[in-house]
Design a protein around this ligand. Structure first.
Ligand code: E4P
Length: 225
């Protein structure tokens, strides 16, 4: 399962790329709005950090297919071929997805709340379909179960689309989908940090250091003795 950063905070992305095994960045209009800056300035910086070959997912704003297609062309021109155009899975969105895929443009079907929407996005040729785990839970349905069902529908129907699960509230949800083998999860910086944050690990490492320093002296490492 790919692990993607769902954030447009340039400093957070830089830090995550330095330390964690991550596979790209997703954004949406609300995430970009948090930066308070010109969207292409922020996205250009993100592209610079992750490099030309990494996945960068950018959402369109238009509600009609023609507008979505026009935006997709501009986004791709400015941010490169490895940019995935996030298209909301509406009636107009499906039309845009079909046209974009005909022209070889990477598409992520987004705003997915039901397996029915995901099935249609898969049939329209989307590369990814993004079910919103937490938002589905908040509607009284089960986000994780929906993502698993979509994964099964794609595999059983030989659709090449992968699940790109989104909208997580904790690291356990991410792990549950990794265990199921879904294609990708896009996760905020703090939930990625949550995959590793564990007091037991830090105290185990501290105990090893204390034992070693007791043997060979304070501040000593395997490089010094
Ligand atoms: C990703 O495609 C979505 O835009 C995003 O993950 C939604 O997350 P939220 O429900 O935390 O806003």
């Amino acid at each position: 399962m790919k692990l993607i950063i769902d954030d447009a905070n340039v400093e957070a992305i830089k830090a995550l790329y330095e330390y964690y095994p991550v596979d790209g960045v997703t954004t949406n209009p609300s995430i970009l709005a948090k930066s308070g800056r010109n969207p292409y300035d922020v996205l250009g910086e993100i592209r610079g950090i992750i490099g030309p070959d990494a996945e960068l997912h950018v959402q369109v704003i238009s509600k009609d297919a023609e507008g979505m297609i026009k935006e997709a062309q501009v986004i791709r021109e400015k941010l490169g071929e490895k940019t995935y155009i996030k298209i909301p899975t509406t009636r107009e969105g499906l039309k845009a997805m079909k046209a974009l895929k005909k022209n070889g443009i990477n598409v992520t079907a987004t705003a997915i709340y039901t397996a029915q929407q995901a099935f249609l996005a898969g049939k329209a040729g989307a590369d990814y379909a993004a079910p919103y785990i937490n938002r589905i839970d908040n509607l009284g349905a089960n986000g994780i179960a929906t993502a698993k069902k979509i994964h099964d529908i794609f595999r059983l129907n030989n659709l090449p689309t992968s699940v790109l699960a989104a909208s997580f509230k904790n690291s356990q949800q991410v792990l549950e989908l990794a265990e199921y083998g879904v294609g990708a999860a896009t996760v905020s910086a703090d939930v990625i940090e949550g995959l590793l944050k564990n007091e037991v690990v830090s105290s185990a490492v501290d105990a090893f250091i204390a034992d070693f320093e007791g043997l060979v002296g304070e501040g000593m490492t395997m490089a010094d003795c």
